[in-house]
Ligand binder design. Structure first.
Ligand SMILES: NC(=O)c1ccc[n+]([C@@H]2O[C@H](COP(=O)([O-])OP(=O)(O)OC[C@H]3O[C@@H](n4cnc5c(N)ncnc54)[C@H](OP(=O)(O)O)[C@@H]3O)[C@@H](O)[C@H]2O)c1
Length: 265
């Protein structure tokens, strides 16, 4: 049974025009899902929509919406005009690399909106509809940065920890409801956003940087089976050492040192 047969016809990807979000959209189209794609810029969304429509003969709706807006969920609901959402991938995130204090509180709050409050709102609205129908699925993007304190990625890491705990908690609450949810925990992935940060390789032992296309396949194989899943063997090994072998203080220090080296801080 493919995803469309299991969960229903329409999947929505928030943050869909490039990188991991575009990879999720492409994977879902290949599974036969009609798509609702969300991002701020309509042009790259339309380009992706054209490609997916002609390749997979699915219906694609593009919505321009800033997920940093406190009314993002309401704007999306309005644009959907009653269309049912059977599978939701919340992918977009705002990040900041550098000193917590030097970044403005307004920007931290914007990160809280995009990374925590908008997914919270969307989960409440679309999750409730899925629960009523006893069928549906949600993927929340988390990150290895959220597995321990990650200095100089402080607020980003905290928001990613929130997404992981939110998905894991709802996995338990919704276990017998027909609605599956997973926190998809990625490590470094070669998205345009990641490449724009100009990262330096930190050590020979650092896990391989993954391609966006590797993420959806692994994630959907675990959806319905695991509350959260770390994508990529190298990331799982690194995480095993950092979470199970190293004292927490050492893991936090390693993460902070790596970030400083990676971004020349
Ligand atoms: N890349 C990595 O190394 C990595 C590692 C671990 C976890 N992750 C997680 O994976 C997810 C995707 O990361 P990514 O690197 O692909 O980049 P991203 O910047 O989080 O996502 C890019 C997509 O989101 C859209 N977007 C960004 N901000 C938006 C906003 N305020 N409103 C609406 N749409 C918005 C962008 O289109 P517009 O610019 O047109 O809006 C684009 O389509 C994130 O949740 C991130 O935390 C990434």
């Amino acid at each position: 049974m493919n995803l469309q047969q299991k969960y229903g016809k329409t999947a929505m990807v928030a943050g869909a025009s490039e990188g991991i979000g575009a990879a999720f959209a492409t994977y879902l189209a290949a599974e036969g899902c009609d798509l609702v794609l969300i991002a701020r810029r309509l042009e790259p969304l339309h380009q992706l929509a054209d490609k997916l429509t002609s390749r997979y003969h699915v219906e694609v709706t593009c919505i321009s919406c800033d997920l940093a807006s406190t009314s993002a969920t309401q704007q999306i609901e309005k644009a959907l005009q009653g269309k049912d959402i059977n599978l939701l991938v919340y992918n977009a995130a705002l990040s900041y690399i550098g000193s917590f204090i030097e970044n403005s509180v307004e920007y931290h709050e914007k990160m809280a909106q995009v990374n925590m409050l908008t997914p919270l709102n969307m989960l409440h609205v679309f999750g409730e509809k899925m629960l009523v129908k006893k069928k549906g699925a949600v993927v929340l993007m988390a990150s290895l940065a959220g597995f321990q304190g990650s200095g100089f990625l402080t607020m980003y890491a905290a928001t990613k920890a929130y997404n992981r705990v939110l998905a894991e908690s709802l996995w338990y609450e919704w276990k017998n409801s027909g609605v599956d949810i997973i926190a998809c925990c990625a490590g470094a992935t070669a998205t345009p956003n990641f490449k724009n940060t100009l990262p330096e390789k930190t050590s020979f032992f650092a896990p391989r940087v993954q391609l966006p296309e590797e993420i959806p396949d692994e994630c959907f194989k675990k959806l319905g089976k695991r509350p959260s899943y770390i994508i990529g063997r190298g990331n799982r090994i690194a995480s095993f050492f950092m979470q199970k072998i190293m004292p927490r203080k050492m893991a936090i220090t390693l993460m902070g040192n790596n970030t400083k080296k990676m971004y020349r801080l």
